[in-house]
Ligand binder design. Structure first.
Ligand SMILES: C[S@@+](CC[C@H](N)C(=O)[O-])C[C@H]1O[C@@H](n2cnc3c(N)ncnc32)[C@H](O)[C@@H]1O
Ligand SMILES: Nc1nc2[nH]cc(C(=O)O)c2c(=O)[nH]1
Ligand code: SF4
Ligand SMILES: [Mg+2]
Length: 217
């Protein structure tokens, strides 16, 4: 059984695939925060911008089998009149690796989808994922040490030595590296920080949450 908060077609707003048509499948639940506001201050990850509790969002629900969920994802892709080419699904959450498994990945490959994930990097990635974006969280143990994309949200409390952290990540096996300004009350100064760090350290590129700027999901 898979519990999906919401399922919708949009454009990937962030990172290396920004601008690309995709179905987003947001799984319920996360290992670094309960999702309840009253627990935020004591959570490992305290800056989350997402409601991932329950299955009551648009396109959300409980899916008994991988086939059922893959069929819903295919329907969502077709709902925009998109053809069979470049089919792309992004699993996010919450933490998608609490639920994504090889059965579901295989069912999507059979339907011609490329499978991407947005993960906090604390859980092993199953075989077959085509694009892994890791976004490490201060105070958690990072175990996904190789990925297509690293997307570091800045600044994070506890990341006092941000540049030291960045130079550690520069020596690791991440194909693309992004700094993403933390959204919230300080997004403007966080963006200025990210811009100046990208200028100083050209191994990094800026990822802005473009979907928020243009008002899509
Ligand atoms: C909601 S998370 C879900 C996937 C996974 N749990 C993770 O943290 O990567 C999706 C992406 O949004 C980023 N994110 C969450 N809250 C944010 C915020 N306030 N500002 C900027 N990015 C944020 C995360 O770092 C991650 O890259
Ligand atoms: N358009 C759009 N792009 C995204 N990229 C990562 C997202 C996420 O919440 O994981 C996200 C999202 O929620 N919407
Ligand atoms: S790890 Fe991801 S989903 Fe979980 S609370 Fe942090 S940003 Fe949100
Ligand atoms: Mg989001």
């Amino acid at each position: 059984m898979y519990t999906v908060k919401e399922l919708f077609p949009t454009l990937q707003g962030e990172g290396a695939h920004a601008g690309r048509a995709a179905v987003f499948c947001r799984f319920a639940g996360c290992n670094l925060w309960s999702g309840r506001e009253e627990d935020r201050a004591s959570a490992v990850c305290q800056f989350c911008d997402t409601d991932f509790v329950g299955s009551d969002g648009i396109g959300g629900g409980k899916f008994n089998t991988a086939q059922d969920l893959a069929a819903a994802i295919e329907q969502s892709w077709k709902s925009t009149s998109a053809g069979p080419q470049q089919r792309y699904v992004v699993f996010t959450g919450g933490e998608p690796l609490l639920q994504l498994d090889e059965d579901l990945i295989n069912a999507l490959h059979q339907k011609g989808f490329e499978v991407a994930i947005e993960t906090n990097g604390t859980i092993k990635v199953p075989k077959g994922v085509d694009w892994v974006c890791v976004s490490p969280k201060a105070g958690s143990e990072l175990i996904v040490l190789q990925a297509n994309e690293l997307k570091l949200v800045v600044p994070q409390a506890g990341h006092d030595a941000l540049e030291k952290l960045m130079s550690r990540f520069e020596k690791m096996d991440y194909r693309n590296r992004f700094l993403q300004p933390m959204d919230g009350p300080d997004v403007k100064s966080n963006t200025e920080l990210a811009v100046s760090l990208c200028q100083k350290r050209p191994l990094w590129r800026l990822s802005i949450q473009s979907h928020k700027l243009i008002g899509i999901r």
